[in-house]
Design a protein around this ligand. Structure first.
Ligand code: HEM
Length: 402
């Protein structure tokens, strides 16, 4: 790498302590955006790019900025899938999935199931009048949705949870601890065995429709092998759980800390899609997207050396004051909706409509069923984190139905 890492060149990036990013990272992002929009963060040994236009530029440039690289824990644990390969290989894997994740397909085939799952979860705590909404609702709904996407029974919820937690641990294992890595890989093997059985069942005549039956029914020239299907199911499952949990919790947090907006939304549920859109911009569930510098490239006057890792800080781009008016405000009437919370370019989130639909239905069902529903601020925490960003605990209160 080049002399870019000279601390004099990046005074803010050199001084950032990991703790500053673990809490509320938005203040750090603001300083970087203003003074060092392309910075080397010594504590993490990666470059942070914090301005909207620079992030868009990198995410669009798949020639110079790649997702596939040796030091990627995502690739080490999950192998080849749409998010760990580039170019034609990535398109070949992503394209067959697109139809099933289109907005209308989700509305037609999944919306009613998501609402039924949300109601089933609410039935479990409606009489309490107060409960931990993260544990009882937000962390569970996305798993149930994912099982419906794959055509698996809801009784698989606990094994999915267990695998998910092991995967999350292994993906955050940038220190390459062998024990954590082995546990992650063990869960991957179990996931593959489980999914191969599901693929075999989906091959049977009259199997109920699911993502798997759709993929198996593709024309031979674009049909993915069983192995490719399993690998992509792994990243779809992994991409669709904590992200949606965070979206639901951050939306409840945003509304509860803005009572005037909350009153408006309670009176008119057609405002919920605007709440969801503003939530992902305001408190992004996924704070960044990482790329590997394939060819040395200059961004904002800084040379990014071949081999470096760059974090496009989506959450910062979405608070870029040169792009969004009063970006720190939670404003559901905002005209500019072109945030990049789901990234942009070839690796834009496959599940963005599924995420929006789940967020919308979650709020609709909670507000419809639980009278006076809001966050109990005393017993909840603020959103934190620079990977996933969400409250660690969200206690809610409502008038109990006896
Ligand atoms: C609010 C919820 C969500 C957010 C904020 C989110 C965000 C993102 C972001 C930022 C990326 C790009 C990562 C990168 O370029 O490095 C991504 C990719 C992806 N997401 Fe999501 N996601 C959400 C929900 C979902 C759901 C529900 C699914 C399930 C289908 C999903 C599946 C994926 C997949 C498969 C990719 C890889 C796409 C590719 O590489 O072409 N995500 N997501």
């Amino acid at each position: 790498m080049t002399g870019n890492q000279d601390p004099h060149k990046f005074p803010i990036g050199s001084a950032i302590k990991p703790e500053a990013l673990e809490g509320n990272p938005y203040e750090v992002y603001r300083q970087l955006r203003q003074s060092e929009p392309v910075s080397f963060i010594a504590a993490q040994q990666i470059y942070f790019v914090t301005r909207y236009d620079f992030c868009k530029q990198i995410l669009a440039d798949a020639e110079n900025f790649r997702v596939g690289y040796e030091r990627s824990t995502v690739h080490d644990i999950f192998g080849d899938h749409m998010m760990s390969v580039d170019g034609d290989k990535a398109r070949r894997m992503k394209n067959p999935h697109r139809g099933q994740f289109m907005r209308q397909t989700i509305i037609n085939e999944l919306e009613a199931r998501i609402a039924a799952n949300a109601d089933w979860l609410i039935d479990g705590f409606i009489s309490e009048g107060t409960d931990d909404i993260r544990q009882k609702f937000a962390s569970r709904l996305p798993i149930l949705t994912m099982l419906d996407v794959f055509g698996l029974p809801s009784t698989d919820e606990n094994i999915f949870r267990n695998w998910y937690d092991n995967f999350e641990h292994a993906l955050a294992n940038t220190g390459w601890d062998e024990e954590i890595r082995r546990a992650g890989k063990r869960s991957v093997v179990q996931f593959h065995n489980h999914m191969q059985a599901a693929i075999d069942r989906a091959r049977a005549q009259n199997a109920p429709p699911s993502l798997i039956t759709k993929l198996l029914g593709d024309a031979p020239e674009k049909r993915l092998s069983d192995k490719e299907i399993r690998h992509n199911m792994l990243i779809i499952m992994f991409g669709g759980i904590s992200t949606v949990e965070a979206l639901i919790l951050n939306a409840i947090y945003g509304l509860s800390t803005h009572p005037d907006i909350f009153d408006q939304v309670r009176a008119d549920h057609s405002l919920i899609p605007a709440v969801i859109e503003e939530t992902v911009r305001w408190k992004g569930p996924v704070q960044s997207a990482h790329r590997y510098v394939h060819n040395e490239t200059e961004i904002g006057g800084i040379t990014l050396p071949q081999g470096a890792i760059v974090s496009c800080v989506l959450a910062s781009a979405n608070h870029d004051e040169s792009y969004f008016d009063s970006p720190a405000d939670f404003n559901i009437d905002r005209d500019n909706r072109s945030h990049i919370a789901f990234a942009s370019g070839p690796h834009i989130c496959l599940g963005l409509h599924l995420a929006r639909t789940q967020g919308r239905i979650a709020l609709e069902r909670l507000l419809t069923r639980l009278d006076g529903f809001h966050m109990d601020e005393q017993n909840s925490s603020k959103p934190v984190g620079s990977e996933f960003h969400q409250p660690e605990k969200l206690q809610a209160v409502w008038s109990p139905v006896l």
